[in-house]
Design a protein around this ligand. Structure first.
Ligand code: DC
Length: 220
């Protein structure tokens, strides 16, 4: 079984790279952030407070969340509706970060992720894949980049999709999410000791992909 864990902060480029690597290796790509985003969206739709675990506990056990693949692209379904686009909005990013701090959410999402990884060769990107979800994954990478560069990448990505976003606000949100994601008590964003550290600030996605692939083939 090949499991590749790609962890790192928001905007580090890990999702672009994870997608490309999965394509090259012809294996599944699982974007675990999308699952936390769907939980954040559910909170918003129910008018609940994502910061409060007692609010989140009201729906998390019965959440109707599904991941499906269409032409190799991941689609995230919430209550039977494809929410893949909606979960990319900046307000949902912040809700995802808040909601993902609660152990009741992580236990549920991690169980789903482990089930998928057990059955299928896959590349998973997230915050805690190498450190917590799949500590025995054969390949682990921790991808990071300067926060300003990460904000610029996010800005470009969202504007290309036609979303109106303010750069300074996006930058602040990236810093806030970095802080939240790495300071939560349960399975925080952290580099696993055996993960290869990669600073992508001055690298193109193709360069990152080549580096990761070279490590994978070299060791096989
Ligand atoms: O990777 P992303 O930006 O789509 O993730 C959205 C939020 O979900 C992020 O701020 C933290 C959380 N997350 C997490 O806690 N653990 C993961 N494995 C993936 C994402």
């Amino acid at each position: 079984m090949i499991n590749v864990a790609l962890d790192g902060p928001a905007g580090s480029g890990k999702s672009t790279v994870a997608r490309l690597i999965a394509k090259k290796l012809d294996i599944l790509y699982l974007d675990t952030g999308a699952m936390y985003r769907a939980c954040g969206l559910k909170c918003k739709r129910l008018g609940l407070d994502a910061e409060k675990e007692e609010d989140v506990k009201k729906f998390i056990d019965g959440i109707d969340l599904a991941i499906r693949y269409e032409n190799s692209a991941q689609h995230t379904f919430l209550d039977g509706e494809d929410v893949s686009e909606e979960i990319r909005k900046p307000d949902v990013s912040m809700l995802a970060s808040a909601v993902s701090a609660h152990p009741c959410v992580r236990v549920k999402m991690v169980e789903m992720q482990r089930n998928i990884a057990r059955q299928t060769d896959c590349v998973l990107d997230g915050r805690d894949i190498g450190s917590y979800v799949l500590p025995d994954a054969k390949y682990k990478f921790f991808v990071t980049a300067d926060p300003k560069i990460r904000a610029e990448r996010r800005f470009r990505e969202l504007t290309e999709k036609g979303m109106k976003v303010d750069f300074d606000r996006l930058y602040e949100e990236i810093l806030e999410r970095d802080y939240n994601d790495s300071h939560r008590t349960f399975a925080p964003l952290v580099r696993a000791e055996d993960a290869v550290l990669l600073d992508t600030s001055a690298m193109t996605p193709d360069e990152v992909v080549d580096f990761v692939l070279s490590r994978i083939t070299k060791e096989d």
